[in-house]
Write a protein that binds this ligand. Structure first.
Ligand SMILES: Cc1cc2nc3c(=O)[nH]c(=O)nc-3n(C[C@H](O)[C@H](O)[C@H](O)COP(=O)(O)O)c2cc1C
Length: 241
């Protein structure tokens, strides 16, 4: 059966008794148990949050579970969620030369994504670590949607961002242990999202949070349940009042 939360444009599969790897199905009880307290405590303004998932597995990945936990939490907080599963939508990540030129044309297929990005009050990106960065489909989404001259531009005093001060959360997963990711690779995901992308767009400090869950490949069921609880808490914190 499919349950549709009114503020979320996505269905959550609830097949009781059917084991689906470590998909969100197993954790539905956990989420529902907190519904009442969220409703009681949430007094903030309703926001429009753009959630973007970049993972090729349509239903069975831990990324998918994280994504659905985020969307349920946002929905229960009363926020409107705009969701893009880039693989499911067959998003074309190839930016053309025309798009790189100043004031170049905006492709018809990309304009709605840009409109959403500009009108959103907050952003959530969820993806696995692929060679120290997001999967190419998500990199392409960023290239084509958060375009120079549209989402940001350069003025006499530096970058002028049209999304400054909005809220953002990034949740990533990887297999490399944290100490190695930091000591050998210099924490590339944190650097990209915090400094290169959101930092430049004027979203930093209390408005931005990045959490990486590792090592997924060595994690237990209990560990993943805890990570989903942390996902829920972080979502509340970033997008709460
Ligand atoms: C093309 C590719 C590149 C990857 N590169 C890295 C990497 O650089 N560092 C790392 O820790 N894991 C890397 N991984 C492992 C993924 O991050 C890991 O499978 C994923 O986080 C697990 O989450 P999931 O269960 O939701 O798929 C890579 C996986 C693939 C397929």
């Amino acid at each position: 059966m499919y349950a549709i939360c009114p503020t979320i444009r996505v269905g959550l599969q609830i097949d009781k008794g059917v084991k689906k790897g470590y998909s969100v199905v197993e954790y539905e009880v956990l989420i529902r148990g907190r519904y009442r307290s969220w409703c009681a405590t949430f007094k903030g303004e309703k926001m429009k949050i753009l959630v973007v998932l970049g993972h090729p597995n349509p239903s069975q990945s831990f990324n998918r579970s994280v994504c659905e936990t985020v969307m349920q939490t946002l929905g229960m907080m009363g926020h409107e969620v705009i969701f893009h599963d880039l693989y499911a939508e067959h998003f074309d990540p190839l930016m053309t030369y025309d798009e790189t030129v100043k004031n170049g044309p905006i492709p018809e297929a990309i304009q709605p994504y840009i409109d959403e990005a500009l009108s959103a009050d907050g952003y959530v990106f969820i993806h696995p670590n692929w060679w120290g960065g997001p999967p190419a489909i998500l990199r392409g989404y960023i290239d084509r949607v958060y375009r120079s001259g549209i989402v940001y531009s350069f003025g006499p005093n530096g970058v002028i961002s049209r999304v400054v001060g909005r809220r953002a959360m990034v949740i990533t997963t990887s297999n490399t242990p944290r100490d190695i990711e930091v000591s050998i690779y210099n924490d590339p995901l944190e650097n990209f999202w915090k400094t290169v992308f959101f930092g430049m767009l004027g979203i930093d400090g209390d408005h931005f949070r990045h959490r990486n869950f590792e090592s997924v490949i060595m994690s237990t069921h209990e560990q993943r349940v805890r990570w989903l609880e942390q996902t829920q808490q972080l979502t509340e914190k970033v997008f709460g009042s």
